[in-house]
Write a protein that binds this ligand. Structure first.
Ligand code: AMP
Ligand code: GLY
Length: 428
């Protein structure tokens, strides 16, 4: 089969790496890809929001199956376009992808079908939202309804901050049309866990759990980022929690989307928070997470392509995936300045030293080739990923990998996986 992967991050590098191991795959294309992906796939310079350009690639290269990484093409309806033109594609159609692209819609579904989540109220009118604040206690979470590249969620500690946030989202339209509506939501406390499932529209197939590290600084301090690292599985998320999340969250959401005429095929990702009252949903994503995918897919022993085809064909109930029992850890290395304005074009050294290692892999995000050298070209640059029988072993190995790599101004968190380790130490 000829495969097309859409995207250019560590998530897409991981997907391409799995595809390269599949006995069902002959040739891999990626649009637009990066320097790491280019070693496994033919990269084509078409951006992820250029839907007609992507369809043209599928036509020109006789693509048998397309896999969509990021949310933007899903929200624009890439799956509708490809399916309507007879090209098989893995992901939800636009109306199903609204579970991610409209937080108000996701909340309506959760409220209608009694799925545990934070209490909230949505507003289209700025002044109504302002007056609602008068009767609330703080902290409160203010969320832009639409896609905002992970920046549309603002946690406010008092009314003044909440008014500023509403102004920024609804009046200044800092996130454009995404801020036409807002959700004002109760603030929840607890550990966060990411859980992802494959879905064929009816059946679900859970993946192993993982934990992202969203803040730029150690001990979860500083600004939010796209994700500074992850580990899998999460030791404090046991069988009981997993069962609860599958039966009380994923199954009802998948069935309700079908009932609402929005059959969900693809990967459904729940950002969960484990509160004293049990797990609750913070958000849904309609795709693989990044960096979560970099720690989930290395543990998948079953052919990913087989699962994807079963999801497209509606036969996921016949697949019985095998997962490794090992722990996987991914440490993200970023460019100087990230998550603000960052520096690019720095030469990366040390990559070849890790090529020989079977238990460490470097997934690329913002990298490109320049005059034969690999240089930085984005905020998040590399995901150094390692696995081992113990979480401690996987953490140590990932950081050994980090030590081999250098580019000017590189930065990474030193505490990826620490929460899991802490839990395991206290449990023993
Ligand atoms: P979201 O994009 O909705 O997952 O929000 C991004 C991040 O904001 C989450 O990973 C949480 O850390 C935080 N967050 C979102 N909603 C809430 C909430 N209701 N209570 C506390 N933190 C939240
Ligand atoms: N890791 C967060 C996301 O993929 O949205």
């Amino acid at each position: 089969m000829n495969i097309l992967v859409i995207g250019s991050g560590g998530r897409e590098h991981t997907i391409v790496w799995k595809m390269a191991q599949s006995s069902l795959v002959d040739k891999i294309f990626c649009a637009p890809g990066n320097a790491g992906i280019a070693e496994l796939a033919e990269c084509l310079e078409v951006e992820t929001d250029n839907l007609s350009g992507l369809l043209e690639i599928a036509r020109h290269n006789s693509i048998d199956c397309t896999i969509v990484g990021p949310e933007v093409p899903l929200s624009l309806g890439i799956v509708d376009l490809f399916e309507d033109n007879g090209y098989p594609i893995f992901g939800p159609r636009r109306k199903a992808a609204e579970i991610e692209s409209s937080k108000v819609f996701a909340k309506q579904i959760m409220n209608k079908y009694h799925i545990p989540t934070a209490r909230s109220q949505d507003f289209e009118d700025y002044y109504e939202a302002l007056s609602y604040l008068e009767k609330q206690s703080f902290p409160l979470v203010i969320k832009a309804d639409g896609l905002a590249a992970g920046k549309g969620v603002i946690i406010t500690k008092d009314r003044f901050e909440a008014e500023l946030a509403l102004g920024k989202i609804m009046k200044e339209r800092k996130f454009g049309e995404a801020g036409r509506r807002v959700l004002i939501e109760e603030f929840l406390t607890g550990e966060e866990v990411s859980m992802l499932v494959f879905s064929d529209g009816r059946n679900i197939l859970p993946m192993i759990t993982s934990q992202d590290h969203k803040k730029i600084g150690d001990n979860d301090e500083g600004l939010n980022t796209g994700g500074m690292g992850a580990y899998s599985p999460v030791p404090f998320f046991g069988e009981k929690e997993r069962e609860f999340v599958l039966t009380r969250i994923f199954q009802p959401v998948i069935s309700s989307l079908e009932r609402e005429g929005r059959l969900f095929k693809g990967v459904l990702y729940a950002g969960l928070i484990i509160t004293k009252e049990g797990p609750k949903v913070l958000e849904f994503n309609a795709r693989f997470g990044d960096p979560e995918t970099q720690v989930i897919l290395p543990g998948l022993k079953t052919d990913l392509m087989e699962i994807i085809l079963s999801s497209i064909n509606g036969t996921l109930d016949r697949v019985n995936p095998v997962w490794s029992k090992q722990f996987t850890v991914c440490v993200i290395m970023t460019s100087e300045g990230y998550p603000g304005e960052y520096v690019s074009g720095k030469t990366i050294t040390g990559l070849e030293k890790l090529n020989e290692r079977e238990d460490i892999i470097v997934f690329h995000s913002g990298t490109k080739k320049d005059d034969g050298k690999t240089v930085t070209s984005g905020g998040r640059v590399l995901g150094i990923t390692a696995w081992s029988d113990t979480l401690k072993g996987a953490i140590d190995k990932a950081y050994q990998g980090v030590d081999e790599i250098y580019f000017e101004g590189c930065y990474y968190r030193k505490d990826i996986g620490k929460k899991g380790l802490h839990f395991l130490r206290n449990a023993n």
